[in-house]
Design a binder for this molecule. Structure first.
Ligand SMILES: Nc1ncnc2c1ncn2[C@@H]1O[C@H](COP(=O)(O)OP(=O)(O)O)[C@@H](O)[C@H]1O
Ligand SMILES: [Mg+2]
Length: 264
């Protein structure tokens, strides 16, 4: 399938800030764990409604980058701007309410809750206008949103299954539904196709492409085929720094990127 052309930011959308500015920008983002500099002065920006692949060898800092963006880790220095607002150091729930969601590299669901319950808990966490609605209407609203999120990933028929009984691929897809239920503007997917069969990987790619119509997506992905087909641009991390950035074709031909992957 052809790579989608980069889409221009549309004016007047609900996202905060000005449409022409990047949705997300980091300036000098740095995090140290004792003597290890896991992120070193990262300047990064992503345009609204872009699909950006983030690649790099194991230990390059990709998951740590997502952990900083989502408030799981507090950067040592530097700034994170989202829709023009400084969100550096905000806790995860506040960042989620601003519109950043993520899935984890390791599946992170409640196995003994149903598929729908897993999504409902996430949908509820985003809701902060209880007083505007009766409890019952608010609850119905959340269930409907949760069902819509499940429907958008094709898991609605499994709504009342225990999450533990889903296949590995379905559990990973459920994670995407959980993230979508918080109605994000930016979705960070950390190796969503890890451990998936070729068929499941293909389905996940189609899913990411379909949800990307309304979202900005950062995706950590090792499979270059997936990266080439999905992403408009690719950022390469190496030792916690940005080694290269460009179109998938540019990155595939980049000498220093090739060196890193050949050595890996
Ligand atoms: N919470 C942490 N405490 C200490 N070291 C960490 C922590 N998280 C990540 N690291 C280290 O930071 C580096 C980057 O890790 P990570 O972001 O997981 O890499 P990637 O996702 O690119 O494989 C690794 O050396 C890892 O061991
Ligand atoms: Mg990782």
């Amino acid at each position: 399938m052809a790579v989608d052309a980069p889409r221009a930011a549309s004016p007047g959308e609900a996202a905060p800030g000005h449409a022409a500015e990047p949705l997300l920008r980091t300036r000098g983002l740095t995090i140290r764990f004792g003597g290890l500099t896991a992120l070193n002065n990262v300047d990064f920006s992503v345009a609204r409604e872009e699909i950006r692949a983030v690649i790099g060898p194991n230990g390059a800092g990709k998951s740590t980058f997502f952990n900083c963006l989502t408030g799981v880790l507090r950067p040592t220095s530097g700034a994170i701007l989202f829709g023009g607002a400084d969100i550096t150091g905000l806790p995860p729930d506040k960042i989620s309410q601003r519109g950043i969601a993520r899935s984890y590299q390791i599946t992170n669901i409640l196995p003994n809750a149903t598929t729908l319950e897993n999504v409902r808990i996430a949908a509820q966490s985003r809701r902060h206008s209880w007083s505007l609605l009766s409890h019952y209407r608010a609850y119905r609203d959340i269930i409907e949103k949760s069902e819509a999120a499940l429907d958008s990933v094709g898991l609605l028929p499994k709504a009342y299954e225990l999450a533990a009984n889903l296949s590995h691929g379905e559990q990973r897809t459920l994670e995407i539904a959980i993230a979508l239920a918080t109605e994000p503007l930016l979705l960070c997917l950390d190796e969503p196709t890890a451990g998936m069969s070729a068929a499941e990987t293909q389905q996940t790619m189609m899913l990411v492409r379909s949800i990307a119509k309304h979202l900005t997506i950062l995706i950590v992905e090792h499979d270059m085929q997936v990266v080439m087909e999905l992403a408009q641009r690719v950022t390469v991390f190496h030792y916690g720094a940005v080694l290269a950035e460009g179109s998938p074709a540019e990155i595939q031909q980049n000498k220093s990127v090739m060196d890193v992957y050949l050595k890996a």
